[in-house]
Design a protein around this ligand. Structure first.
Ligand code: ADP
Ligand code: MG
Length: 242
């Protein structure tokens, strides 16, 4: 069953067409890795899924709810689709624990005690139980990003969206974040990941999509796409990622 359905979706910023009649179905449990040149529309595609950007043509359903169905429905969609950004975007004045407990307390209306207990379990899951009382500026970039993942998971999303989650990290810190993402994938989480980490795409991705000029240019299994020479511009792109 598809949990995300793009139906002829377009997105314009003024006269600029950033998504060009995109059709795309993503099934539950898929790990979709999205690659493509800068400006090809990857971030916009992700941001349309959880309503951070509004589509300007077509329709987009998340768990059968249209992003066009109004504000109340959009709030539902935002809870179903957790987002992790390149710049971790943690609340600087809150501890790791309170960052993770924030959503359940304020969005889901959980009690403080319940939210904190769950937050601690999530920090444990991302390997940071012992950093619960640290503030973001006391954590490494990799640790901050793992807190951001725990925070997104805290509202129990059905889909996780990652926009270049390791691009701001030093090489030695990337792996700890990718490992957390790999564990999530193994648990069956549906994920859409914009990344240039091709080893992650190969090892964890169930599907690889290459975007170009707001269109899906190549879509298939990572192994097949990366082994073959399906598309000359994809080949050229891949030569420049490493
Ligand atoms: P990518 O993530 O693949 O690099 P983006 O989705 O960020 O691409 O951007 C696609 C195009 O849309 C770019 O040309 C970018 O400048 C433009 N764009 C993105 N966000 C906005 C915005 N809020 N207003 C105007 N143009 C935007
Ligand atoms: Mg981007």
């Amino acid at each position: 069953m598809s949990i995300i359905e793009f139906k002829n979706v377009s997105k314009h910023f003024g006269a600029l067409k950033v998504l060009d009649e995109v059709d795309l179905n993503i099934d539950q449990g898929e790990v979709v890795v999205l690659i493509g040149p800068s400006g090809s529309g990857k971030s916009t595609l992700l941001r349309c899924i959880n309503g951070l950007e509004m589509i300007t043509g077509g329709d987009l359903l998340v768990d059968d709810i249209s992003v066009l169905a109004g504000y109340a429905k959009l709030r539902e969609i935002r809870q179903e689709a957790g987002m992790v950004f390149q710049q971790f975007n943690l609340f600087p004045q809150l501890t790791a624990l309170d960052n993770v407990a924030f959503g359940p307390k304020h969005v889901r209306g959980q009690s403080t005690q319940e939210a904190r207990a769950q937050a601690l379990a999530l920090l444990d899951k991302v390997g940071l139980k012992d950093r619960a009382d640290h503030f973001p500026n006391e954590l490494s970039g990799g640790q901050q990003q793992r807190v951001a993942i725990a925070r997104a998971l805290a509202v129990k999303p059905k889909v996780m969206l990652f926009d270049e989650p390791t691009s701001a990290l030093d090489p030695e810190l990337k792996q700890e974040v990718l490992n957390v993402m790999r564990n999530l994938a193994e648990e069956g989480m549906t994920m859409v990941v914009v990344t240039h980490e091709m080893s992650f795409a190969k090892q964890v991705g169930s599907r690889l999509i290459f975007m170009e000029n707001g269109k899906i240019a190549v879509d298939g299994h990572p192994h097949e796409i990366l082994a073959g020479d399906s598309n000359p511009r994809l080949k050229d792109f891949l030569r420049h990622v490493h």
